[in-house]
Design a protein around this ligand. Structure first.
Ligand code: LMR
Length: 324
């Protein structure tokens, strides 16, 4: 069952947000300020408004001390000794673009952030939201590897929004209580690489037509928002929710909460793709155990067979970029 309320256990986590003044960054930072486990909130962006965003959020009456950092020169100070770094930095899609079309812009942004993390907070948990996640996560990994500080348990592509969408759409379709939903979504975070496992929703039953339509809607939920925003960007609020949700679950596990299992895009050998979103058991050291995705329907197996080659190509693109 997904845990949605703000946990009141007080811990000392210093959390950095890179891209804190953007469309995702601002609501994400606000939600993190509400999280009682966060005692230091470090907000970084290149936008000059960042100290203002930090001042604004800093007035919210929760324990986290909030500080704003702006510009390249302050990135190291912003990231210094962070326990968790959430990264929504980069440019969003416009209608007609795929996430992969953002590669040219966002690849070097993510690489630069990884380089700063190498010296500022090499032992942090890194949560990547910046698209294309299927390539930016491999870029981040490769950059840390080059500097000898990569730990596969501490790097996550955030795919929680795919789970959030699956929960919402399937609960609506089945007339189920959305609070009880935790639909596994495996694969990656782009179009048909997103594979929701409808066959694993307890008590649900779908016509073939509904299975196809729901799967497609979950896979292209991001495009639905991009089209509705009509040039004004992509999902920001639901992504902020998803990012905070995953960060909060991870901090719960880091604090010793048992049996915390969430889907995330991590390095593993479940398939021939180097990174693959699946159920992951979280713990004090991050991704403690990569769990098998379980039995698939014929429709899901077909989806898996066709997405793995795409994930391999998109990871390779990131790895080659990082090693250029
Ligand atoms: C999403 O899933 O909404 C995000 O990855 C943003 C996008 O470009 O779709």
């Amino acid at each position: 069952v997904l845990f949605r309320s703000f946990n009141t256990a007080v811990r000392n986590y210093r959390v950095g947000v890179v891209g804190a003044s953007g469309g995702i960054g601002q609501p994400l930072s606000l939600l993190l300020k509400l999280d009682q486990r966060v005692t230091d909130l470090s907000l970084y962006d290149v936008a000059p408004v960042t100290p203002g965003v930090a001042a604004d959020i800093g007035h919210v009456c929760t324990p986290a001390k909030t500080a704003g950092y702006v510009g390249q020169d302050q990135m190291h100070a912003a990231l210094k000794d962070c326990d968790v770094v959430v990264i929504p930095a980069g440019v969003p899609r416009k209608p007609g673009m795929t996430r992969d079309d953002l590669f040219t812009m966002n690849a070097s942004i993510v690489q630069g952030i990884a380089e700063a993390c190498v010296t500022a907070c090499p032992k942090a948990m890194f949560l990547i939201i910046s698209n294309p996640v299927n390539s930016t996560v491999p870029i981040f990994a490769e950059t840390l590897k080059k500097h000898g500080v990569y730990d596969k348990k501490r790097l996550f592509g955030v795919t929680s929004l795919d789970v959030v969408r699956a929960n919402t759409f399937i609960a609506e379709n089945q007339g189920m209580d959305v609070n009880t939903m935790a639909v596994p979504v495996i694969g990656g975070h782009a179009g048909t690489t997103i594979l929701p496992l409808l066959s694993q929703v307890p008590g649900a039953s779908f016509s073939d037509e509904d299975t196809k339509a729901l799967t497609h809607r979950i896979q292209f939920g991001g495009d639905e928002v991009v089209a509705a925003k009509a040039g004004g960007g992509s999902a920001t609020l639901s992504m902020a929710y998803a990012g905070q949700f995953f960060a909060s679950r991870l901090m719960a596990a880091m604090s010793g909460e048992k049996d915390v299992v969430e889907c995330a895009f991590v390095e593993n050998d479940l398939t021939s793709a180097p990174f693959f979103a699946t159920k992951v058991k979280l713990g004090p050291n991050g991704a403690e155990e990569v769990l098998p995705y379980g039995p698939l329907s014929a429709f899901e197996q077909e989806g898996l067979d066709s997405l793995v080659p795409d994930l391999i190509v998109q990871a390779k693109k990131g790895i080659e970029f990082a090693n250029k």
